[in-house]
Design a protein around this ligand. Structure first.
Ligand code: F6P
Length: 381
C-alpha cells in the first residue's frame, strides 16, 4: 500500500513544473497518500532535503498553478551516479553516490519517487529503478526532445514566448528594413524553432536537423527584396549548424560526468553577420534565452502538466513503476524508462547526442516540416 511519495524536479526549469507538483499532491491527498518535495533535484536526495507538500490551509502547494519556476527548486548539476565532489586534498573527484541516495529514500520511507525532468534526469531515474527504487518519470523540457512522448510539459509555453518575440521583431524589422534574427533554445532539436516560426510567420527557420546553406538563406531574403519585401524574419535554433560545419558553442560547464556539459549559443549572431554581408541589408540578432523557461505556463501547459501529474500518481497507485508518463497518439499513456533512455533504437524518431541518449528530433516527414515548406518558410537546404 502506497503511503508516502516524493517529487523531484531536475534539470533546467520550465513553466509547468508547479502545475505537475500540484496535480500529484492533490491526487495523492485524495487517496490518503502523503507527499513530499525533494529540494533542488537529485542534490536534495543526497542531502536529505525533504519538505512536506500539501494543499491544506497555508500548505506549500496552494496557489502554485500559474507560478513559474519550481517551488521545490531544481538542479542542473547532479548526476548522483557520477557526482562531482572535492576530496580532502582539494582535488575534484567523481563518485557514485547513488547508494547514499537510496538509503535516504529507505530511511524516509518513500514508496515512490516522481522524477520531473528531461533525458538526463530520466536516465538517472532509470538507473535508480534498475537498483530497485520505485520510480515514475514525467517528461519535462522546453526542448520537446524526450523520446517516446509526443510532447513534454513546458514546451508549449516556450513556443508561445518565441511566437510573441517574433511578432514584435516583425514590426521593428519592417519599419527599419532589416533582417531580424531570433535565436531560440532547443538543444539538438528544432521543435521550438520550427513551431514558433510557423506560429510567428517567420520567413526562414534553421534547425539542427537540417544543416543550412547560408547562401540559400541569403537568396531567399534577396528574392523577398525583389518582391518589395525589404525585411525578413529568421528563426535560428541554438543547435543549428551550417552544412559541413559544426554547432556554435558558448563554452562548457562542469556539471559532473554523464550529463551534457556543452553550453550551446551564439549561432544567431553568426547568421545575422553573414546575412548582412551577403545581402547588404542591416541585420540584428536577438537571443531569446531564459525568457522561454520563466513565467506563467500557457493554458495548454497547465492542462498538460495537470494531466501528467494525475497520471503519474495513478500509476503509483497501480504500483506500475520504472515508467515514464507519455502522450501517445494524443492520449495519456506510459512507457518503460528503458525505452526512453536506453539503447533501444527501435522506438522511432530517436537519435541522441551521445551513443547512450535517445533524443526525439524532428524527422523530415513530420507535418511541421511539410507545413513550413508549403507556406514558403525556407529551411536553409
Ligand atoms: O534543456 C533546456 C535548456 O533550456 C536548453 O534549451 C538550453 O540549451 C539549456 O537548457 C540551457 O541550460 P543552462 O540552464 O544550464 O544554461
Amino acid at each position: 500500500m502506497l503511503k508516502k511519495v516524493a517529487i523531484l524536479a531536475n534539470g533546467g526549469d520550465v513553466s509547468g513544473f508547479n502545475a505537475v507538483i500540484r496535480a500529484i499532491v492533490k491526487t495523492a491527498e485524495n487517496h490518503g497518500v502523503e507527499c513530499y518535495g525533494i529540494i533542488d533535484g537529485y542534490n536534495g536526495l543526497l542531502k536529505k532535503q525533504f519538505e512536506k507538500l500539501s494543499t491544506a490551509q497555508d500548505g506549500e502547494a496552494i496557489g502554485i498553478l500559474p507560478k513559474g519556476g519550481s517551488i521545490i527548486g531544481s538542479s542542473t548539476n547532479s548526476n548522483l551516479f557520477n557526482y562531482k565532489i572535492v576530496n580532502d586534498n582539494g582535488e575534484i573527484e567523481y563518485k557514485d553516490m547513488s547508494d547514499v541516495a537510496i538509503q535516504n529514500i529507505k530511511d524516509f520511507g518513500f514508496d515512490c519517487i516522481f522524477t520531473l525532468g528531461g533525458d538526463g534526469t530520466q536516465k538517472s531515474a532509470r538507473d535508480f529503478s534498475t537498483k530497485g527504487v520505485n520510480i515514475i518519470g514525467v517528461p519535462k523540457t522546453i526542448d520537446n526532445d524526450v523520446a517516446c512522448t509526443e510532447i513534454t510539459f513546458g514546451y508549449n509555453t516556450a513556443v508561445s514566448v518565441a511566437m510573441e518575440a517574433l511578432d514584435r521583431l516583425h514590426t521593428t524589422g519592417e519599419t527599419h528594413h532589416r533582417i531580424m534574427v531570433l535565436e531560440v533554445m532547443g538543444r539538438y532539436a528544432g521543435w521550438i524553432a520550427l513551431e514558433s516560426a510557423i506560429a510567428g510567420g517567420a520567413d526562414i527557420a534553421l534547425i539542427p536537423e537540417i544543416p543550412y546553406d547560408i547562401e540559400k538563406v541569403a537568396t531567399k531574403i534577396e528574392n523577398r527584396k525583389k518582391r518589395g519585401k525589404n525585411f525578413s524574419v529568421v528563426v535560428v535554433a541554438e543547435g543549428a549548424a551550417p552544412k559541413g560545419g559544426s554547432i556554435t558553442v558558448l563554452g562548457t560547464r562542469d556539471n559532473g560526468k554523464g550529463v551534457d556539459n556543452t553550453k550551446l549559443g551564439g549561432v544567431g549572431q553568426v547568421v545575422a553577420k553573414q546575412l548582412e554581408e551577403l545581402t547588404g541589408l542591416e541585420a540584428r540578432n536577438t537571443t531569446l534565452g531564459y525568457m522561454q523557461r520563466g513565467g506563467t505556463p500557457t493554458a495548454f501547459d497547465r492542462v498538460l502538466s495537470t494531466k501528467y501529474g494525475v497520471k503519474a500518481m495513478e500509476l503509483a497507485l497501480e504500483e506500475k513503476f520504472g515508467v515514464l508518463t507519455v502522450i501517445k497518439n494524443g492520449k495519456l499513456d506510459s512507457v518503460s524508462l528503458d525505452d526512453v533512455v536506453g539503447k533501444n533504437k527501435q522506438i522511432g524518431a530517436v537519435s541522441g547526442n551521445t551513443e547512450e541518449s535517445n533524443l526525439r528530433k524532428i524527422t523530415m516527414d513530420d507535418d511541421l516540416v511539410k507545413t513550413a515548406r508549403n507556406i514558403g518558410i525556407a529551411l536553409g537546404d
